[in-house]
Structure formats: structure tokens, C-alpha cells
Design a protein around this ligand. Structure first.
Ligand code: TMP
Length: 211
């Protein structure tokens, strides 16, 4: 039996990492995954050795010149192609469950709504990179841009975060539109961690009953 592919999306500071760890812990406790299978936690950009190098190229602010926005888009697509082929597809075929911190939705939100690159171009690259693979369920952890900036106040900004408030507002708007268009599960990320965890668990139980 194939595994399930779960994705968490949201602007920075929305608490994706905490919820991913909670979800993995809970799935193990529930014993919903066959004994010989595992839960694979991964992320974009990154997740593979090549992807982690691409991540540095994309986000490391010590590289003086920012990538041109098309070069940036192609690097995210290259990262995804490697991620899908090396980690996600083989794991799912093996019956493992995959939980990814970000996937195609982030490219549409950041490069599409943020950088204003052509959405159809992004979608074409998405189908090349994924070869038709898509998540079983996507959660959007929704917080306001002000809250995101507050939560990240003491952290060092990466190259994308350095773009500032207006850029992030467009990204946030994009995530909300994408969530409606694609029937993602949108959760308010200003609730307590426990409330968000419970909502995610509720949706996963529904997903298990569906298939
Ligand atoms: P994070 O893993 O800490 O969330 O950082 C990843 C950064 O990369 C974040 O600012 C969002 C950005 N990003 C894009 O701009 N496009 C993409 O396709 C992905 C996956 C991430």
C-alpha cells in the first residue's frame, strides 16, 4: 500500500516545524503506519544533499548578489525535482508516510504572488519537477504578517525574509487564495499549539477514513 503525503505551508513563523514534529509523534503513537514503515520528515528547499546545497545558494545572505528571480525559480524547481525523485516518490511507493515542510504551494505564493512571476510558467515547471505527484493533504498555517514579523524579531532573516513587509503581505494573500482554490485545510496559527495539533489530527483521521 502506498504511503500518504502531507504538506504544511505558511509564511515564516507560522509554527510549521512544531506541528510537523507533533504530527509525526502522534502518528507513531496511533500505530496507523505499518510496523515496517516509517514517517519521513523533510523540507523544501532541502531534504536531499543536493537540495541542502541549493538551499544555501537560495537563502544564504553571505552570497553578495541575490539570484535573479528566474534563476531563483529554477533553483526551487531543481530542488523539488531532486526531492520528489530521491525522497518523496520512493518513500510513498515503499508505504512510508512523508511530511514535508513546504512544497509547490510555496513557489506559487513566494515566486508567483511575491515576486509576481507568471503563474502558468510556475505551474509548468511544477509539473516537470513533480511528474504529477501531489500531496494527499495540505495544511495552511495562517498568521498575519505582523504576527510573523513579531515572532521572527530575534532571528536572523534569510534572503527571502529580508524582502520585507509588502512582499510578505503578497505572499500571505497568495497562500490564502491558493488555500481556497485547492481546498487546503486552513488553520488559524494564532491558536494555542495544542489547538492546532488537535485540528491537524482531526483532519488526518478524516483522511484515513476517506481512503
Ligand atoms: P524555511 O524552510 O525556513 O521556511 O525557509 C524557506 C524559505 O524559502 C522561505 O522564506 C520561503 C522560501 N521559499 C520560496 O520562496 N519558494 C519555494 O518554493 C520554497 C519551497 C520556499
Amino acid at each position: 500500500m502506498k504511503g500518504k503525503f502531507i504538506v504544511l505551508e505558511g509564511i515564516d513563523g507560522s509554527g510549521k516545524t512544531t506541528q510537523i514534529n507533533q504530527l509525526a509523534k502522534w502518528l507513531k503513537e496511533q500505530e496507523v503506519i505499518p510496523k515496517n514503515n516509517q514517517i519521513v520528515i523533510t523540507r523544501e528547499p532541502g531534504g536531499t544533499e543536493l537540495g541542502e546545497s541549493i538551499r544555501s545558494l537560495l537563502l544564504d545572505t553571505s552570497i553578495k548578489e541575490s539570484p535573479n528571480s528566474i534563476a531563483e525559480l529554477l533553483l526551487y524547481a531543481a530542488d523539488r525535482a531532486q526531492h520528489v525523485n530521491e525522497i518523496i516518490r520512493p518513500s510513498l511507493n515503499n508505504g512510508d508516510w512523508v511530511i514535508s515542510d513546504r512544497f509547490c504551494g510555496s513557489t506559487l505564493a513566494y515566486q508567483g504572488y511575491g515576486r509576481k512571476l507568471d503563474i502558468n510558467l510556475i505551474k509548468n515547471l511544477e509539473s516537470i519537477a513533480t511528474q504529477g505527484l501531489s500531496p494527499d493533504i495540505t495544511f495552511l498555517l495562517d498568521i498575519s504578517v505582523d504576527e510573523s514579523m513579531k515572532r521572527r524579531a530575534t532571528k536572523q532573516d534569510d534572503r527571502i525574509e529580508k524582502e520585507g513587509k509588502d512582499f510578505l503581505k503578497n505572499v500571505s494573500l497568495g497562500f490564502n487564495r491558493l488555500s481556497e482554490e485547492n481546498k487546503w485545510k486552513k488553520l488559524s496559527a494564532i491558536q494555542s499549539k495544542e489547538e492546532i495539533t488537535a485540528e491537524i489530527q482531526f483532519e488526518i483521521i478524516k483522511l484515513l477514513k476517506r481512503k
